[in-house]
Write a protein that binds this ligand. Sequence first.
Ligand code: IMP
Ligand code: MG
Length: 381
Amino acid sequence: MITFAFLKKIKQVVKLHDLQFRPFISEEEIQQTVQRMAIEIANDLKDEVPVFIGILNGSFMFVSDFVKKYPKPCEVTFIKLASYEGVKSTEDIQRLIGLTQDLSGRTVVILEDIIDSGNTLEEVHRIFKNEQVKQLLIATLFHKPTAYKKDFKLHYVGVEIPDKFIVGYGLDYNGLGRDLPEIYQLKTTQHMTNLVLFGPPGAGKGTQANFLKEKYNLIHISTGDVFRFNIKNETALGMVAKSYMDKGELVPDQVTIDMLNAEVEKNADAKGFIFDGFPRTNAQAEALDKLMDSKDSQINAMVALEVPDEILVERLLERGKTSGRADDADEGIIRNRIKEYYDKTAVLKDYYSAQNKYFGVNGVGSIEDITKRLSAVIDTL
Ligand code: IMP
Ligand code: MG
């Protein structure tokens, strides 16, 4: 028996000309949408034999799949947008050509791959004004409601999408991408400063994070706080996390990532984020990269506060005197926590060093001096 599963390509970023696009709508989702539209239109049209008119070039794939799924008899034809020179020779006017058939008395359904500004649709209405069709229905696979500037009714819409450029499934960027069976969305790189803040217990991470978030207008995401918040407020993710913790099991990375994603989404217009307490493993670092990538962004740096063990022990014992934290009172426990930190985070130092994103910063000195050293790194990002 031959199995084709291994041939399935892992879908990832595609590069067309100078731009990068990321997977956005899967082939399966598109096919389901086309199927749903075909059934809906067939039900509405009852016994009519409609004329489906695709607008070339973009709609060729949609029309092909659509008519295959259309359960009743129908006719299919195409018209095409062509450029003419306007009154001024610099002016480029788009006109639809290719409508040769007599359509009087017929039910015509326009099949568009995408309706964006609605300019093309206006042109469609212009050329059908004098055709004595019984009815003119508009069906579009994709629609960008926030870009749409016209009042023409859209009778059937497959998927509403945000106002971002897409390619694939008939849609192109300067000629390329039409052949892709799924839809990809343009990556627009956001100018954010996203830091992973690191440091052994007692290094002063919390103090410095507070200064940095003020100075650079960043959102501080402490994984511990996020967990406590979600559990306390009994969010869906919080309850999932708790169910693992109650069994004494580790919360799966995906649950943590989903919580971080929610935090990032809550602050969609932030200048950047300080991640604190995450990632702790290679797998988590990769997951965080993926999350930032899905936001058209990236982790810019891992900034690690470096403090010698002896000073850390001194600081934590000092803190233990006032904080009442049992784990700050015992030198043995403290040394163990420090050791564990280095054991566990060595892999992350390697992970970010490999991308030239690791920055060690001397964490000994006055709070202001350390802030200055951190700022000097951040200002180069
Ligand atoms: P309109 O702005 O509604 O007139 O859309 C005009 C045409 O622009 C569509 O038929 C497509 O050919 C093209 N178009 C609009 N948005 C996109 C997109 O996101 N990707 C690729 N082509 C697009
Ligand atoms: Mg089109």
